[in-house]
Design a protein around this ligand. Sequence first.
Ligand code: GLU
Length: 304
Amino acid sequence: MNYKKVLGEVYQQVNKLEDKGTLASYIPELAHVDANNFGVHISTVTGFHYGLGSFQKKFSIQSVAKVFSLCLAYKMLGENIWTRLGVEPSGTGFNSLVQLEKDKGIPRNPFLNAGALVISDILISNLEHPKEELLSFIKSLSKNKDIQYSATIAASEKSVGYRNVALCNFIKSFGNIENEPSVVLDFYFDLCSLEVSCEQLSEMVLFLANNGKTLEDNNEILTKSQSKRINALLQTCGFYDESGEFAFKVGLPGKSGVGGGIIAIHPKQYAIAVWSPKLNEKGNSYRGMRFLEEFTTLSERSIF
Ligand code: GLU
């Protein structure tokens, strides 16, 4: 497969389209991003790396970071984490409160804000220095270790994070948050504030295309079975209530964030990251979704 050629063609094609989305503005800092940014980077299990556009520029990965906190918790505690949250798609928005009451504070899946708050709580309870240890786990996945939390973005989200405050307190009322909600929320806002480039991101999730092991040094991040399960969750729950649409149009496990980033995995082949900040009405990158749809169509490579 000539990925360079296919990526180049699709990039040009999507770049010509009208970018119909809008910038996420509910986190004030995200509204200041240059909407013209459009980056793509692929990393394959055969060691091929290729990027286009703003693929080396760092951006706020927001919910894409939930993949890393989940993997760390899963690595540390194994199947025990599933007593605290489910593995079912929700069909509701990323910050929805409605299902939680019926489900007695057990979030449907780890990629909803509710689920990521429970994973944050698990990490806080099990790590001595949660913020630092999460960052060093994340850095260990990338060749380029220049990755940081953004204090500005975290503070911006915190200043308006009423919905997440409500979610965390609601879950706590059911006994499914062990720590102080304010501590869990600060950790969660820091997690979402991570700034990473497409180049770094595609390298960082490549282990999910490589049976749970890093390509560089064959280091086992997750077991083969755990890696398969994370991909299954990405496929069914990675795009909130647009997960079905993403499976339908793109056909790859993936995860989006309101910063406009998307990662997608083709198990045993590649990991790809796309960034374009304008979002569709479901909160997923408009051009990112279009790009991946055209890419799997033209390359004739999806998991289906
Ligand atoms: N930090 C964001 C929030 O909690 C993450 C949402 C997302 O990227 O989907 O609202």
